[in-house]
Design a protein around this ligand. Structure first.
Ligand SMILES: [Fe+2]
Length: 593
């Protein structure tokens, strides 16, 4: 750092102390207002044991680039400085500054801020470094699906107020659509070009609840389809028309660039065509590894369009080949991480950050016109059962390869989003059949319309019908928004669903929990109470415990006749679910008025 930067930093540190004394240094605190120059707040991403990516954004309109100083310290007043430096900000990155703070010690809590040359200061953010050795306990927040237009981001604020080591975002951080909603999207049209994607991220990052989350916890994020286009695959998307929207690769590169600027990670670009390579792995210390998968735009072949295509080769594929959801290189990476190698043996837990439902979900449908209606919605009907070809069900050979690679070691947890509802699955099991060696925990949406909102029948009836479909399904809840907590120790994983009304963070409540041992068979059992917050950290405001609707509970008092629905029309209810799922994913965005 040059002398000018050091002077500014020292000058800024004094002012930060003053800010702290004034109670303005914690962006989580009510009423905290960042300096207008840093209206988009601060964030941190992809921590290792000794480093972390720090982020902020400054509105810059032209050259020359603006110099920013940054500092990271052991205390909130930023007086015990561990590392500092400077970074240039320019329109080339939309004003986003991303720096890697290195030389930190493991298992630390850190505070950081940015300062301009003329003394304008960012809010102070907090972050963490991971451990190097075995750790007794690890706690993650898992989130997905925050459509700005659908409602508030109170789930993000509620999670900001918890104590977690890391937040994992498994996709749909933004939505590309141009539909109207409770909060108008900026820009109002569907996103196609770089400046449009950038503007949508900027709108999100002005949201105070999302800012609170980023200011308090480091995040590892990976995109799904709506950061690009609905139901995207590597070569296109159903709603993308090259005649009007331009070449797909241009859109994919634009979406990837904006994502990298606003939601950075230790990612790279394809040397072939410049698309974002989001899949990667992060060590969470001796206890766990986070394997981040991109099931969307890296290697995914187009979704099978018919039952005949399911399990067969992709367009132009060799006879005997099969559609892939990961692509060969990512599959090789994922199977190595799941199996472990002599060079890099796997830790006790492997967590897969994944987008679309991994476990098979096959829903019986009546024959005749209803089956046709389900197919018209985009489901495939195979042997009288509907499957969603956009999920791993559309790519069963890839799923089998991962399951076999994971083997019977146990300790695999799939973390999934995408379906705007809460699920817990055991398995799938290996062909050897030693019992489930993995579980899947699905987080509900932060704000995007819940699955239940589109059902023509009570959610409880559909949950009951679904729960009868598979012994592997331990929990399903279709109505609530919120976040998932995943708590790990050497012997067990516990998933807790915390439900939060999108516009009221104080509504956060314990919804349900399931626990499984690390050892095979990984059977999920219901848990009545949440685990206590980690010792030595601040506890959240106590919330009202309310058991979530479970498959065995009565539906909400909204006129549904559960026995009749389950016995006589269960399939219809589930069919409605199938239709609603597809409708949620396939709606062609319309320009708002
Ligand atoms: Fe979503």
């Amino acid at each position: 750092m040059d002398d000018l930067g050091r002077r500014d930093l020292l000058k800024g540190a004094g002012a930060l102390v003053a800010l702290h004394a004034a109670g303005l240094s914690s962006p989580v605190a009510a009423g905290a207002a960042p300096d207008p120059a840093f209206a988009w707040g601060v964030a941190s991403f992809d921590p290792t044991a000794t480093s972390v990516l720090l982020w902020t954004r400054l509105a810059v309109s032209g050259s020359p680039p603006v110099e920013l100083s940054w500092t990271i310290a052991r205390d909130e007043a930023l007086t015990d400085v561990a590392a500092s430096g400077s970074v240039e900000v320019s329109p080339a990155t939309d004003g986003c500054a991303i720096v890697e703070a290195t030389g930190l010690s493991p298992d630390g809590t850190w505070w950081f801020a940015f300062i301009t040359e003329d003394g304008a200061r960012s809010p102070v953010g907090r972050t963490r470094t991971m451990r190097t050795a075995a750790v007794e306990r690890l706690r993650l927040g898992v989130v997905s699906c925050s459509r700005y237009a659908s409602g508030g981001f109170a789930a993000y604020r509620a999670l900001a107020e918890r104590e977690v080591d890391l937040v994992v975002h498994v996709g749909d951080y933004i939505y590309e659509d141009g539909k109207a909603g409770e909060r108008p999207h900026e820009p109002p049209e569907e996103l196609v070009a770089l400046d449009q994607y950038r503007a949508r991220y900027a709108q999100h990052r002005l949201d105070p609840d999302l800012q609170a989350l980023h200011a308090r916890h480091p995040m590892v994020a990976v995109w799904d389809d709506h950061e690009i286009a609905g139901n995207a695959w590597r070569g296109g998307a159903p709603g993308h028309d090259e005649a009007t929207d331009g070449p797909w690769i241009d859109r994919l590169r634009a979406a990837g660039q904006a994502y990298s600027e606003w939601v950075p990670g230790r990612t790279s670009r394809s040397s072939v065509d410049g698309r974002l390579q989001a899949w990667r792995t992060l060590s969470l210390g001796g206890l766990a590894e986070l394997v981040v998968l991109d099931t969307r735009s890296w290697g995914r072949d187009r979704q099978p369009a018919s039952a005949a295509e399911l399990g067969g080769p992709p367009e132009g594929g060799a006879p005997g080949s099969s559609r892939t959801i990961l692509g060969e290189d990512q599959m090789r990476f994922a199977t190595e991480r799941l199996a472990g190698t002599d060079r890099a043996p796997r830790p006790p837990w492997v967590l897969l950050a994944n987008q679309v439902m991994f476990h098979p979900l096959e829903v019986p449908v009546p024959v005749g016109s209803l089956a046709q209606a389900v197919e018209d919605e985009g489901f495939l009907v195979v042997d009288g059962k509907a499957v969603n070809p956009d999920q791993w069900d559309g790519y069963p050979q890839d799923r089998d390869r991962l399951v076999e690679a994971a083997g019977d070691q146990g300790g695999v947890v799939v973390l999934t989003g995408d379906v705007h509802s809460s699920w817990a699955w055991e398995g799938p099991t290996t062909a050897a059949g030693g019992g489930p060696a993995m579980v899947e925990l699905v987080t509900p949406s932060v704000s995007t319309e819940a699955l239940a909102d589109r059902l023509p029948v009570p959610a409880g009836a559909v949950e009951a019908a679904l729960s009868g479909l598979s012994d592997d399904l331990s929990h399903v809840e279709l109505s609530s928004h919120g976040y998932l907590l995943v708590d790990l120790d050497a012997d067990r994983v516990q998933g807790e669903w915390w439900y939060v009304d999108p516009d009221d963070a104080s509504s956060a409540r314990f919804g349900a929990a399931r626990s499984a041992p690390r050892a095979v068979p990984m059977r999920l059992t219901e848990v009545d109470e949440p685990l206590p917050e980690p010792q030595g950290r601040s506890a959240p405001t106590p919330t009202t415990s309310r058991k979530a609707a479970s498959p065995s509970s009565e539906p909400d008092d909204d006129g549904g006749d559960l026995p009749a629905l389950v016995a006589g029309a269960g399939a219809v209810a589930v069919t409605a679910l199938a239709g609603a799922t597809v409708a949620l994913r396939r709606r062609r965005p319309r320009p708002s008025p």
